[in-house]
Structure formats: structure tokens, C-alpha cells
Ligand binder design. Sequence first.
Ligand SMILES: O=C(O)CCC(=O)C(=O)O
Ligand SMILES: [Fe+2]
Length: 185
Amino acid sequence: MALLSSWNRSRQKIHSRWPPDSIQPYTRFDYISDPLAVCYIGSHVYSQLHFHPYGKALLCVVSGRKKVKLFAPDQTKFLYQKYNFSKITEEPVDLEKYPLYVNANYYECEVNAGEMLFFPIYWWHGVDTQEFTSAVVFFWNDPRRLRWLPPPGIPWHTPLLFEIASWYFKGKAILRKLASYQDRS
Ligand SMILES: O=C(O)CCC(=O)C(=O)O
Ligand SMILES: [Fe+2]
């Protein structure tokens, strides 16, 4: 249950604001950028292996459960990388098509209702949701200088590729906006 504000027995407010000052260093978003929350509600879906090239994420399961496989970045050589996705799209993996996969080390866990799982930047994960499940994933971006230093196993040019792609998409969004202003006038 969420704590919205805290009061003592004589109905005086203990914390003048939320979040309480004592936990602010952990809850403030001032040294990270682009926080984003995405809801996932449904069943019988498999989110194929991928990693997040810009930052970290926190998977919070509200009801149901998800089975997650998590691979460190140095396992990339067994995962048939294409940009930030794997060419492997199915679970169980077709080992005739993707023979290197047998060498990959990974963690496997079940995230149940009320539990959370943290995805560090560049860590591969595949998420299997069979029963009806609702979840929220919180994403936030690392500072650029951290993103530019990929861990062992991730090719050095990967951050460069994503930086250029993000300029391209941002540029396109700006052009679209300008065009819509022209249409209006
Ligand atoms: O829950 C899922 O199916 C996918 C979660 C995930 O990895 C993501 O949102 O990036
Ligand atoms: Fe993800």
C-alpha cells in the first residue's frame, strides 16, 4: 500500500512534503533524464530478447507473474545481435538455427505480483508472460557519458549507432511539427 503522507498520533504532519526529506536522494529524478512508465496488461506474450541502449529499467509486477531470462552484456556473442534485439524470436530457442545459444549463461527468475526486477543498461532480457498479468515498467536514461562506455561484450560502436538513430528520429519529429505549423497557417 502506498504511503501518501505521514501523520503522528496527534494528527500533526511529520513530513512537510512528499517524498519525506529522508528518502529524497533515492527518489528524486534530478540526475537522470527522460523518465517513462509503460503498462503491460495481458497474457500469452513473449517479449523477445533485447537490451536497452539508453538506460535502466525497473519491472514492477502488479498481478500475475512473468518469467524473465537475464543475460550479462558479455554473453552478446551467443545471442545473434541485431541492433538492440536478438534474431532469436521464440522460446524455446531453435538450437539448429541458433547453435551458439547453448553456450550462453543466464539468470532465470519468476517475478510475482508485488515484486520488482531491475534491468541494468545493456543487459539482455526476454520476458515470458503466460497467465494474465499486469505490470508497469519504469525507464530512465543514463547520462550520455555513461551510455557511451558500453560494458565488455557490447561492440564499441553500438552507442554511436543509437546516438545517430536518436538524432534522426528527433530531427524527423521536429520536421513533422514544423510541417503541422505550416498546415495551420
Ligand atoms: O514485460 C514485458 O513483456 C517486457 C518488459 C520489457 O522488457 C520492456 O518493457 O522493455
Ligand atoms: Fe526491456
